[in-house]
Design a protein around this ligand. Structure first.
Ligand SMILES: O=P(O)(O)OC[C@H]1O[C@H](O)[C@H](O)[C@@H](O)[C@@H]1O
Length: 548
């Protein structure tokens, strides 16, 4: 049975008819306490969800929906290591990656906690050697630049977090992240680097991904050529992060320099696996542990807190309220932190690859809308670009505003605290303007010409969450990411879909492999795709001076 027929869903549908069109102005006027009551604290995060188009009753009904679909049982099953990823018959245990306990979780005949800590120990040893200058390259020089080669989940986590945690990172080392198979990406990343002092971390769960292996092969060529053609240099300048030792060895990386993880870690949930290696080199093992502890704090909060006080569950349920009852199709994530510039991109994979599904776990078609388009840019840049649509457009875009009380260290060291106050004033102003707007009477009272009044009316009633933390530290970043992971899980369970597979990305990969030879061949290829693709192949071949 689909979720739509359940009594809890129907109760929400009826409730929506009562409160869906109520204005936030009225909701605040009737219940002035909501600004402090419709909030929840978890770890260092404070969520103010009062500026959403809901009442206390909505929260009660959403929590009841979560209970009725067995969110608690599903969560326990995931934490226990049951194969909740049914279509791939795998456990889903990213939460074990940050569990401080060092033993006692048996899954498929292995103590996963023990294995996790063994790899973390090896990563720490490696990170210390690179940071301390003991890991030397082929010419005996210390490493000065670390280039992570990976894509999707093998790139976005460390790339996002490296930027987010610049304050905490060793600024004497250079870090680059190469993901795109566009040759420009690798060429730009290595343009000003010295092969003698560059270390590559090739990160790929499967070690079969076309983009990553192609980039890694070209990086190897750049390195070996740059070091006088000695192939032995590869062992000193390449390490791998993967679940596939065979393919790593086949590529020519010594498996002694491989950091493993397991099939129970999904790509987009792999940030806290060995995929975080380059980040650990950047911030050091101690602060990396703080990051993991931040994740763990949120994991435990999600597992134990009642849903009406459960930060990740509330984020998931409130977003679902808009997707399924208001027809919202997108969710903006607006971090008021330049260091979180890549956070929306990270969340795009986390949310859209997880919940962009139209079939339920049992194979039946979903009977409600699922997933949402996640997008965003750091404030205040977005304000001067797309916020116009958020304020006065015809589509409903719920937004998450993220803000931090304290500025980052670099800004503080430069005595730029005052600027941070202006930044925070914007962080406060935008959600307020979105929620409460400005009426025609107010606009007219300010002396606007009558014909301009309608243009200047701000309708308001545009919902948002505010998530506030004291400062963007490794622990806070961990708490934030874990909160969004569990937000995605909460929605997936209600929708009845498997948030841990990604079959939808396969067909394009197969087709790319079929089309590559048609572009590469010296003579005109066979045109047997479809009339549009065939014409484009012809055009591109002509553009490259190849016989079409
Ligand atoms: O880590 P890899 O095996 O190289 O996979 C990299 C990425 O590619 C795939 O297409 C998946 O859609 C992603 O979930 C994954 O993170």
């Amino acid at each position: 049975m689909g979720v739509r027929d359940s009594a809890e869903w129907q109760a929400l549908a009826e409730h929506h008819r009562e409160v869906g069109e109520r204005h936030l102005r009225d909701l605040f006027a009737e219940d002035p306490g909501r600004g402090t009551d419709l909030t929840v604290a978890a770890g260092d995060l404070y969520l103010d969800y009062s500026k959403n188009r809901l009442t206390r009753e909505t929260v009660r009904l959403l929590a009841a929906l979560a209970e009725s679909v067995g969110l608690r049982e599903r969560t326990e099953a995931m934490f226990r290591g049951e194969h909740v990823n049914t279509t791939e018959d795998r456990a889903v245990l990213h939460v074990a990656l940050r569990d401080p306990a060092t033993s006692g979780l048996e899954v498929d005949g292995h103590d996963v906690r023990q294995e996790v800590h063994e790899v973390l120990g090896r990563m720490a040893e490696f990170a210390d050697r690179v940071r301390g200058g003991e890991w030397t390259g082929h010419t005996g020089e210390r490493i000065r630049a670390v280039v992570n080669i990976g894509i999707g989940g093998s790139d976005l986590g460390p790339a996002m977090a490296y930027l987010a945690l610049r304050d905490s990172s060793d600024r004497s080392l250079t870090f680059r992240f190469v993901s795109n198979i566009d040759p420009t990406d690798l060429a730009e990343a290595t343009r000003d680097l010295d092969p003698a002092t560059t270390l590559f971390v090739v990160a790929s769960k499967t070690f079969t991904t076309q983009e990553t292996l192609t980039n890694a092969r070209e990086a190897r060529r750049w390195l070996v050529e740059g070091l006088g053609g000695d192939g032995k240099a590869v062992a000193e300048h390449f390490v791998a992060v993967s679940t596939n030792a065979e393919k790593v060895a086949e590529f020519g990386i010594d498996t002694a320099n491989m950091f493993g993880f397991w099939d129970w870690v999904g790509g987009r949930y792999s940030f806290t696996s060995a995929i975080g290696l380059s980040l650990m080199v950047a911030i050091g093992p101690e602060q990396y542990r703080e990051l993991l502890d931040g994740f763990h704090t949120m994991d435990e909060h999600f597992r134990t807190a009642p849903y009406e006080e459960n930060l990740p569950a509330l984020l998931g349920l409130i977003s679902l309220w808009y997707v399924d009852f208001f027809g919202a199709q997108s969710q903006a994530v607006l971090p008021y932190s330049q260091y979180l510039a890549r956070f929306p991109a990270y969340l795009q994979q986390l949310c859209m690859e997880s919940n962009g599904k139209s079939v339920r776990s049992d194979g039946s078609t979903v009977d409600v809308a699922t997933g949402e388009i996640v997008w965003g840019e750091p404030g205040t840049n977005g304000q001067h670009a797309f916020y116009q649509l958020l304020h006065q457009g015809t589509v409903l875009v719920p937004a998450d505003f993220l803000g931090f009380a304290q500025p980052n260290d670099l800004a503080r060291d430069r005595d730029l605290d005052g600027m941070h106050d202006l930044f925070l004033a914007n962080f406060l102003a935008q959600p307020r303007a979105l929620a409460f707007g400005r009426t025609a009477e107010e606009v007219a009272a300010e002396g606007a010409a009558p014909d301009v009044v309608p243009h200047r009316v701000m309708p308001g009633n545009r919902p948002s969450n505010a998530i506030v933390a004291p400062k963007l530290t490794p622990s806070v970043l961990g708490q934030l990411v874990a909160a969004y992971e569990h937000r995605v899980f909460t929605q997936g369970v209600v929708w009845g879909i498997n948030s841990f597979d990604q079959w939808g990305v396969e067909l394009g990969k197969v087709m790319a492999n079929q089309l590559a030879p048609k572009l590469q061949s010296e003579s005109a290829p066979e045109y047997d795709a479809d009339s549009s693709t065939d014409a484009l192949v012809r055009l591109l071949r002509e553009g490259r001076g190849r016989p079409a």
